[in-house]
Design a protein around this ligand. Structure first.
Ligand code: NDP
Length: 338
């Protein structure tokens, strides 16, 4: 089997030689264990954000979709597709009853679960729109922002895995949606394919001016995955009692805290506008993920929600896919077909 090991903790952007592919012999299958052939690997921003929580060398953690090739567990027969959190590997052995110690947020259950019934949709959606990123968009938007029909919702990283789903759910709920993304082609995708009312390239547009025109009555909900300057500019245009779901802060993942200390101070405008600002981690709702997956796959089947994917082929290309996603090369969820 092969797996990716992080040889050196990332300093700034992850580099190719921070990683090493290690080949090793899989041990014989023990009682209650399963052997999984990995079909799809997920590359995600948290693999960057959490490098400092580990001391290299460590096995790169991630979600994956795979098919059971051998089983000594009666509830997980051969041929079953599972979603697991066993990292960037091509084959792996796991005990489905034991939680993986990948990341410890204190509350989570990273156990293996059977791929939800996707009713014929591609299995890769199990790590995308009908997986952790889809659940993030679903609960972050609906439980934290609680958008009402007719309200104006702004989404950042809008063409990515989480953002593209969050924006489309807001549309399904009858909101006017404004997305920010990092390229003109992704702006077009958001407007033409996903039906966002407005989309802007935050790298080239005057954000304040664009928002004053696109949202003359102000912003009610902001689904924030970026932080920093862009979020500051967006939050200035919020209405009183607006709701902000802090999903991530990708603009700061490559910085040390000291370097980000000069970021804009948000407190005055939070007070003035009486905003409700709430951070969240998707695992808060883990026992309710099946509820999200049922709605998300229903919306995809009915054509109300488009599950964009950016597919890289080949196990040896996982790092390229990871670096590409961090620099914005992906339109939709970045996945690797092993
Ligand atoms: P995406 O598919 O959105 O990929 C990351 C995107 O971030 C890139 O495509 C790029 O798009 C954008 N980006 C990179 N650097 C910057 C920057 N400096 N400023 C603005 N945008 C940038 O990834 P995900 O959908 O998986 O994750 C999106 C966010 O959601 C991340 O912040 C992530 O940490 C967070 N998240 C939070 C979870 C939670 O439980 N709270 C769970 C899962 C994800 P562009 O071209 O637009 O710049």
């Amino acid at each position: 089997a092969r797996k990716y090991v992080v040889k050196k903790n990332f300093v700034g952007d992850p580099k190719k030689d921070d990683f090493e592919i290690v080949e090793y012999e899989l041990p014989p299958l023990e009682d209650r264990h399963i052997l999984v052939k990995v079909e799809w690997i997920s590359v995600d921003p948290y693999q960057w954000a959490y490098t400092s929580k580990y001391k290299a060398p460590y096995d790169q953690f991630s979600y994956q979709v795979g098919i059971i090739q051998a089983s000594k567990h009666k509830n997980f027969p051969v041929g079953t597709r599972v979603v697991s959190h066993h990292g960037w590997c091509d084959y792996c052995i796991m005990n489905p009853e034991v939680q993986v110690d990948g990341i410890n947020f204190g509350v989570l259950d990273f156990g293996v679960y059977k791929l939800p019934d996707l009713q014929g949709l591609p299995a890769s959606l199990g790590i995308g729109a009908v997986g952790m990123p889809g659940a993030t968009a679903y609960f972050g938007l609906l439980e934290v922002c609680k958008p009402k029909a007719g309200e104006t919702v702004v989404v950042t990283t809008a063409a990515g895995a989480v953002g593209s789903v969050a924006g489309q759910i807001a549309k399904i709920k009858g909101c006017k949606v404004i997305g920010f993304t990092g390229s003109d082609s992704k702006v077009q995708w958001l407007k033409k394919e996903l039906g966002f009312e407005h989309a802007f390239n935050y790298k080239t547009v005057d954000v304040g001016k664009a928002l004053r025109e696109a949202a003359p009555n102000g912003i009610d909900c902001y689904f924030d995955s970026v932080g920093g300057e862009l979020s500051y500019l967006i939050m200035q245009q919020m209405n009183s009692y607006g709701r902000v779901a802090i999903c991530g802060s990708i603009s700061s993942y490559s910085h040390s805290l000291a370097e980000t200390n000069n970021s804009p101070t948000l407190q005055p405008l939070i007070v003035l506008k009486q905003l409700k600002v709430e951070g969240f981690i998707v695992f808060r709702w883990m026992e309710r993920w099946p509820e999200a997956f049922a709605d998300l796959s229903k919306w995809i089947k009915s054509g109300q929600l488009k599950a964009g994917e950016h597919v890289t082929v080949g196990f040896e290309n996982v790092v390229d896919a990871f670096q590409g996603m961090l620099s914005g090369a992906n339109c939709g969820k970045a996945v690797v077909k092993v």
